[in-house]
Design a protein around this ligand. Structure first.
Ligand code: BES
Ligand code: ZN
Ligand code: ZN
Length: 497
């Protein structure tokens, strides 16, 4: 048996459990409060008796709590310290507000080991996702005593009736862990994560959750004609890989293909990028990370849908072997492409993977990539751009918004059908206008989707990596977007007849 391969640094999440009533050894109790005309409202919770509830409410009033969304209030409590998260007006609470506020709370709680959480009838799913996602903080390759490293809560006990909440609790736990796997992969620097080590990790991880895995190395890629992946990888000393992951439950009715961009570092190649912030291009495999984390998550959740995922892994470097502007390559399946800009490399590796994924005639094809800076220009850093076949594109974007991963449907433009033409090959990888760059990339990818397949391409250049401050349950650096959207879409497809 091959030894298990792990990432050099994994982020440890706190333990979390469901309990029926208040445990004895807690350091603090986390509760929700709502804003009301005269001040603050503290909902009745079965875990707290009437008298204590009254006393706590008067303490909240005494310290001037307003319960604005995201506000955190500490009071001495009766038996143990209370930490209240403000949720705003009770009739305006939704799942995303819960996730964000408890995410913020999870980041701010320090020097507490065991925290009990009593959120009454509010969504256990949103609560658990918010707590775990907010607890994430990538430790990096640092000594044990890095003094800016937060000492987060090490275990949470969530008070809820297991009869009604158990299923949600497990789904939320697996979902959050899947998001955090994607985050860890993206946060791992290219010194440690490159096509070969990435593929080895996936092989090892797939075994743990009953997912089949097949890795094509550079020789196999050559033999089968994966010209796009090879072209992008040829400027690097580290050869490319195509990894196929397969989850196939016995009674699945629908077949979904997934594809992810896995550029483990993007220098731009010969069309080299400016050096300022180039280090963030360790995140150019964010699409592949979301895809693999989704497949492992779907397997752990035992979703009743067949998934064939293909992640194209390559490092885009400039050297004596690198592709040049003007080169023509032949993609898997035979379409030829003129490379005018070697920094538009994502579409080149995706084209091969999309053509391969289409061969299996899936019902749906979902692909994601940190594809264009133009996505950020058009939609900002939090909202993904979704292109594809009309209905499925809209469904995926709407699902994203529902789970708190903003996404917006974008069109494919008729004019790009003209500007994609070139005398030198079937198509070219960039046009000469530079207008609507995110959409041009979508048109390029559309050429590799098999007939009749419902598909969606999700450009996550901005949303996958947070260069700003932590926000709600979003940490700095890798965010794990859009894993929750994908798991929700797959769960939805699995439940269709
Ligand atoms: N990986 C980049 C896109 C990107 C930019 C991701 C910023 C995350 C943050 C991609 O490979 C790229 O360089 N795209 C070019 C395309 C252009 C040459 C048509 C871009 O967006 O500038
Ligand atoms: Zn690039
Ligand atoms: Zn790139």
């Amino acid at each position: 048996m091959s030894p298990s391969v792990s990432l050099p640094v994994r982020t440890e999440l706190p333990d979390i459990e469901l309990v029926k009533k208040l445990p004895k050894n807690a350091d603090a109790l986390l509760v929700p409060i709502f804003s009301e005309n005269e001040g603050v409202e503290f909902p009745v919770c079965p875990a707290i008796d009437k008298k204590t509830t009254k006393e706590l409410l008067s303490q909240f009033k005494a310290v001037g709590a307003k319960a604005k969304a995201g506000e955190i209030t500490r009071i001495p409590g009766v038996e143990l310290p209370i930490i209240a998260v403000g949720l705003g007006a009770a009739d305006e609470v939704d799942d995303e507000k819960i996730r964000r506020t408890v995410g913020t709370a999870a980041r701010s709680l320090k020097d507490l080991e065991h925290v009990v959480v009593a959120f009454g009838a509010l969504s256990t799913r949103a609560l658990v996702e918010g707590l775990l996602l907010g607890s994430y903080s990538y430790p990096g390759f640092r000594g044990a005593k890095a003094d800016d490293q937060p000492t987060r809560v090490s275990s949470y006990s969530v008070i809820a009736d297991p009869k009604t909440a158990k299923e949600e609790f497990v789904a939320a736990h697996i979902t959050a862990e899947s998001v955090c796997l994607a985050r860890d992969l993206v946060n791992t620097p290219s010194s440690h994560l490159y096509p070969e080590t990435y593929a080895a990790f996936l092989q090892s991880e797939a075994k743990k959750c009953g997912v089949d895995v097949d890795v094509l190395d550079e020789k196999a890629l050559e033999k089968k004609g994966f010209g796009g992946i090879l072209a992008v990888g040829q400027g690097s000393a580290r050869p490319p890989r195509l990894v196929h992951l397969r989850w196939s439950p016995r009674h699945a009715k629908k077949k979904v293909a997934m594809v992810g961009k896995g550029i483990t570092f993007d220098t731009g190649g010969i069309s080299i990028k400016p050096s300022l912030h180039m280090e963030n291009m360790i995140s150019d495999m964010g699409g592949s990370a979301a895809v693999v984390a989704t497949v492992f998550g779907a397997a752990r959740l035992n979703l009743n849908v067949e998934i064939n995922a293909f992640v194209a892994l390559a490092e885009n470097m400039p050297d004596g072997n690198a592709i040049r502007p003007g080169d023509v390559i032949t993609h898997y399946g035979g379409i030829t492409s003129e490379i005018l800009n070697t920094d538009a490399e994502g579409r080149l590796v995706l084209a091969d993977a999309l053509a391969r994924a289409s061969e299996d005639h899936p019902d749906y094809l979902i692909e994601t990539a940190t594809l264009t800076g133009a996505q950020i220009v058009a939609l900002g850093v939090r909202t993904s751009g979704v292109m594809g076949s009309d209905e499925f594109r809209d469904r995926l974007a709407e699902t994203g918004r529902k789970v708190g991963e903003p996404a917006w449907a974008m069109p494919l433009l008729e004019e790009h059908e003209k500007t994609i033409k070139t005398p030198a090959a079937d198509i070219r990888n960039v046009d000469n206008t530079r207008h609507g760059g995110m959409l041009y990339a979508g048109t390029y990818l559309s050429k590799f989707i098999g007939d009749g397949i419902e598909w969606a391409h999700v450009d996550i250049a901005g949303p996958s990596f947070n260069e700003g401050r932590p926000d709600g349950y979003l940490p700095v650096r890798a965010t794990g977007v859009p894993v929750r959207t994908f798991l929700a879409v797959l769960a939805d497809i699995a439940e269709q007849n």
